[in-house]
Design a protein around this ligand. Structure first.
Ligand code: COA
Length: 191
């Protein structure tokens, strides 16, 4: 069953995000991800759907209607709590500070526009249509919000490129991000 993200699902969602997605955000840890998704509930432009089965979170997709300045929008909602999480992390991982500043240069934060930010299904539950259902639900919601096109970025090395192609996304650009090739896909909503 697909539901909109509720507060009580956040712990499981953060765990799933940390376990199934690569990149810098999961490295910041589950506490950071919990705070990120809790804050996302206060941003009207963000929406997250959960695939839940018998009270267990099996998959999720998070989206935004305009990603411009997302990092700042999230941070200023709970500055002290985020600062504390960052301080704790960077004291134990000082070498990661450069990565943190690089992530702020993510093109999506500058250019803006509608974006599917993350999608993941638990590894034991894949290839059974859950990813497609989550994607469809996002497409429906974007459409209800008057969005005609949204983008998705994904590291070139990830098998998920195959999923996006299968689902009807078009590769429109590639760029270097944190020393890795990243692909930009676009999905056009047909009425
Ligand atoms: C990408 C992901 C969400 C897909 O979820 P899923 O539940 O396995 O996807 P579905 O079963 O709904 O698959 C939908 C279609 O895509 C295809 N597909 C799924 N994963 C694929 C892959 N890695 N390569 C090629 N095709 C793939 C399926 O075969 C299916 O095709 P069909 O409808 O013709 O049978 C899942 O693999 C995942 O969580 N990956 C790890 C996290 C990740 O990398 N996310 C993307 C970065 S944001």
């Amino acid at each position: 069953m697909i539901t909109r993200l509720r507060k009580e699902q956040i712990k499981q969602l953060a765990k799933l995000h940390k376990n199934e997605l690569s990149g810098f955000l999961p490295e910041l840890g589950e506490k950071f991800l919990e705070m990120f998704y809790r804050t996302s509930l206060d941003l009207p432009e963000m929406f997250t759907f959960i695939e839940e089965e018998k009270g267990k979170v099996r998959g999720f997709v998070s989206n935004i209607t305009n990603s411009k300045g997302l990092n700042k929008k999230i941070f200023i909602k709970r500055p002290l709590r985020f600062l504390l999480i960052f301080l704790k992390y960077f004291i134990s991982h000082p070498g990661q500070l450069r990565k943190f500043f690089t992530i702020l240069t993510y093109p999506g934060f500058k250019e803006g526009g509608a974006e599917l930010l993350s999608i993941a299904v638990g590894r034991n539950y894949r290839l059974k249509g859950r990813g497609r259902r989550l994607f469809e639900k996002s497409r429906e919601e974007f459409s209800l919000r008057g969005i005609k096109t949204f983008k998705i970025s994904v590291y070139e090395r990830l098998p998920a490129n195959g999923f996006y192609k299968k689902i009807g996304c078009r590769l429109v650009d590639s760029f270097d991000f944190m020393g890795e090739k990243m692909n930009y896909y676009e999905y056009k909503i047909k009425n």
